[in-house]
Design a protein around this ligand. Structure first.
Ligand SMILES: C[S@@+](CC[C@H](N)C(=O)[O-])C[C@H]1O[C@@H](n2cnc3c(N)ncnc32)[C@H](O)[C@@H]1O
Length: 265
């Protein structure tokens, strides 16, 4: 053997070194993924995130997604998209507005040998996909949006077909008061109830992040989902909901009061 021929151990060390280097180049990572034994965000402030979160609701999602199409909106580095592909989904599309995260997602999927389409796309543009998905994942995005109800309306109108896995940061009371059909103008007491739906507006920053705009309480999350045509089937984790598409109630100001449906068909 010549002096320059490498032993298998050395080759492995070289390729681990190269992988580590590429992971560093692509960082910083929000998703801690384990790529061939190397973690992308080992010092994540939430621990082994999102694995620790997923552990508490992984059983709420069908184990076998064969024949299904999945859309992960705000996919970040693709943790959930990859999990769904591993469950056998026929087609998985991940979308995000941040190219940095999309580069990470594409790289991670390639290392893991998973065929996933990643698109640079904002939730506002879901209609351009021109297809519906059996499972839409909309986790950790709502509170980053200036127009959260519009996002849910668009998802309902254009891409959701059946299930939606949803998560939002929540603050305030976890009580959920009964929602009445109407309220008396002269009786403001319901607004003081902890369980009345409340959406807290963040004018500047929350947790040093200027993209945190609205933080709902639990009652508000649930009311918004219902209002946009998502029936809540389960809350397998404190902030996570599994919902099912149902026809949305037509608002009194008309079905196209907020955004045009045109351009989607
Ligand atoms: C808190 S991270 C959540 C990531 C992942 N869904 C999860 O639950 O771990 C929010 C993600 O949403 C993306 N995002 C923010 N605004 C968006 C928008 N308007 N449309 C699509 N994605 C968006 C961000 O780039 C980021 O990757």
């Amino acid at each position: 053997m010549s002096a320059t021929t490498k032993q298998p151990d050395t080759m492995q060390a070289d390729s681990a070194q190269a992988l580590r280097g590429r992971i560093e180049e692509l960082g910083p990572w929000f998703h801690n993924l384990t790529l061939r034994g190397i973690e992308t965000a080992p010092n994540h402030f939430l621990g082994d995130y999102p694995e620790v979160k997923f552990a508490s609701f992984r059983n709420a999602i069908p184990e076998d997604l064969t024949g299904m199409k999945v859309l992960d909106i705000g996919c970040n580095a693709g943790f959930y998209a990859m999990e769904m592909k591993r469950r056998g989904a026929d087609r998985v599309v991940g979308m995000d507005v941040d190219l940095r995260y999309l580069r990470q997602a594409r790289f991670a999927a390639e290392v893991n040998g998973l065929d996933i389409e990643f698109r640079e796309l904002a939730v506002w543009d879901v209609a351009t996909l021109g297809e519906r998905f059996d499972l839409v994942i909309f986790m950790g995005v709502l509170y980053h949006l200036r127009h959260p109800l519009l996002a849910l309306d668009l998802i309902h109108e254009h891409v959701a077909r059946d299930l939606m896995l949803f998560q939002s940061m929540q603050r305030g009371s976890k009580d959920v008061a009964q929602v009445d059909e109407d309220y008396d103008f002269m009786a403001p007491a319901p607004f003081e109830e902890p369980g009345f739906p409340k959406l807290h507006f963040i004018e500047h920053r929350y947790a040093h992040d200027q993209t945190n705009w609205w933080v709902p309480n639990r009652a508000c999350v649930e009311a918004m989902l219902r209002s946009c045509g998502f029936r809540i089937e389960a809350r397998p984790e404190d902030e996570v909901y599994l919902c099912r598409w149902q026809p949305a109630a037509v608002p009194p100001d008309g079905p196209q009061c907020v955004y045009p449906v045109k351009g989607s068909r």
